[in-house]
Write a protein that binds this ligand. Structure first.
Ligand code: NDP
Length: 479
């Protein structure tokens, strides 16, 4: 199946008529082609967006609310079709796409449809100077949204929904590895009555199509989710062009488990926070630190539970671990098993690629637990972004806090304890944009979302996203 760019409300071929193969991770087969778009396609998309801007930015909030709600409803109506497409493109179990990815994409539109109706700006009376200041929050114009392959429609819409709710027009690029649901979104937006040109979707490689978006002089804001190296490159390109940037980047998140926690709840959640989506979630807790008194018990129970996880075809409802997203990614993740062995890490379970009967060319891998002696090894410091976690014991709160913070990343942390004072101390001291206590990945879309250190700059979510996608202007009136 060939997919096309979505520009000015129409599906169109790329200007150069060049195409890239699209692979199905579950069986390794090519099942379609996508545009290998270039600067020319981005320019056509930019012109469509710029042309649509003056009308869209002047639609009433009521009208924007209605259109975004219709998109949300249409995503829900297409749940099965979108979940199947996401699973086929990404390798994730269909049930997961149906339970998480697609409902969340619908929620993103519903949330920002409503948030924009509540978004207000400040006014300041300059007492004694007979003046009043107020802040106009105006849409920026044409903005760029670039997203990764791990939660394709979920993260793509997390950017697009607030951008258009705030009155901007968008040139967006999904990862070239998982383009399918972004392609289907075009049709959904047209059917929901989104005016042509408000959203334009370009498919292609990061270093051509993506690069053309980030270096376009008139695309004045970029919201990017992806790897830290790509984020640094985007920052270098965007800085001299004075673009507004929101960068949601990699993570290497600690999962800190104290002996006083609710053990069964912690164990269930830790299996999920380690291996959900084959460990390919930026929020996965890939460094697990366990307080010494329960270390031996945890190690035995965790290994047992992880060995029971069924590795299978994404369409099998019993599958807990599906396929990794691509062959190069599988090879990268597997290379960390060799690194762990060189570093004297002990492989407690997993560590190998899996050949599934009938799907021998799929990109499957066993969920893997590595016991490490020190937190200062590569498997414990570098983002692997696959089904590999490390475990190690700790003795004191101070020791574990130091290890938790001693990485270049700072996206999320999880703490398992029932001690209130310890909770208060740790949540303040952990260097992370998000700290979960006795839970993981519980999301409320009103909260600020993002990371510190090499995990990014800026926050998305709630009014933070609407602030990002608007330019504040101070108006001062003397009377
Ligand atoms: P990449 O950084 O490789 O790619 C992300 C997106 O950027 C893709 O659409 C990619 O296109 C595009 N891109 C690549 N190069 C450029 C460029 N020069 N200019 C513009 N765009 C470019 O990340 P992955 O897709 O591999 O995603 C995995 C990473 O994303 C992990 O590090 C993960 O932690 C992070 N992530 C962060 C999250 C957060 O909220 N903090 C959430 C989810 C993931 P293409 O794929 O076509 O090359």
């Amino acid at each position: 199946m060939n997919i096309q760019n979505y520009i000015n409300g129409q599906y169109v071929d790329p200007v150069n008529n060049k195409w890239l193969d699209n692979y199905c991770p579950a069986n390794g087969e090519i099942y379609g082609q996508i545009p290998d778009s270039t600067k020319e396609d981005v320019e056509v998309a930019y012109i469509a967006a710029r042309t649509a801007f003056s009308e869209w930015s002047n639609t009433t909030l009521d009208e924007r609310n209605r259109v975004l709600l219709r998109i949300s409803e249409d995503i829900e109506k297409n749940l099965d079709r979108l979940a199947e497409a996401e699973s086929k493109d990404n390798g994730k179990p269909i049930w997961l796409a149906k339970a998480v990815d697609i409902p969340r994409a619908a929620s993103n539109f519903r949330f920002f449809a409503n948030a924009i109706t509540q978004f207000a700006s400040e006014s300041h009376e300059s007492v004694g100077q007979n003046a009043i200041n107020y802040t106009l929050r105006q849409p920026i114009g044409v903005v760029g949204c670039i997203s990764p392959w791990n939660l394709p429609l979920y993260l793509f819409t997390w950017k697009i929904a607030p951008a258009i709710a705030a009155g901007n027009c968008v040139v967006a690029k999904p990862s070239e590895i998982t383009p399918m649901t972004a392609y289907l979104l075009g049709e959904i937006c047209t059917n929901a009555g989104l005016p042509k040109g408000v959203l334009n979707i370009i498919h292609g490689l990061g270093n051509t199509a993506g690069q053309a978006i980030i270096e376009h002089p008139d695309i004045k804001a970029i919201s990017f989710t992806g790897g830290t190296a790509t984020g640094a490159h985007i920052a270098r390109v965007a800085a001299p062009l004075f673009k507004k940037l929101s960068l949601e980047l990699g993570g290497k998140n600690p999962n800190i488990i104290f002996a006083d926690c609710d053990y069964e709840d912690m164990l269930d959640t830790t299996v999920r926070s380690s291996f959900a989506n084959q460990g390919q979630i930026c929020l996965c807790g890939s460094r697990i630190f366990i307080e010494e008194p329960i270390y031996e018990k945890f190690r035995a129970d965790f290994v047992k539970r992880v060995k029971e996880l069924k590795i299978g075809h994404p369409s099998d409802p019993g599958t807990k671990v599906g396929a990794l997203v691509s062959k190069p990614h599988l090879e990268k993740v597997l290379s960390y098993v060799d690194i762990a062995k060189e570093e004297k890490g002990k492989i407690l379970c997993g560590g190998k690629a899996v050949s599934l009967p009938d799907y021998e060319n799929g990109y499957y891998m066993e969920p893997t637990i590595i016991e490490v002696k020190t937190d200062e090894c590569r498997v414990n410091q570098e983002e692997i972004f696959g089904p590999i976690v490390t475990i190690m014991p700790f003795k004191t709160e101070q020791e574990v806090l130091e290890m938790a913070n001693k990485v270049k990343y700072g996206l999320s942390s999880t703490v398992w304890t029932n001690d209130l004072k310890r909770t208060m101390r740790l949540t303040k001291e952990l260097q992370a944009g998000i700290v979960w206590v006795n839970t993981w990945m519980l999301r409320d879309l009103r909260t600020p979302f993002g990371g510190v250190k090499d995990s990014g700059v800026g926050r998305e979510g709630g009014f933070e996203a609407l602030r990002f996608f608007t330019e504040p202007k101070n108006i001062c009136i003397k009377y």
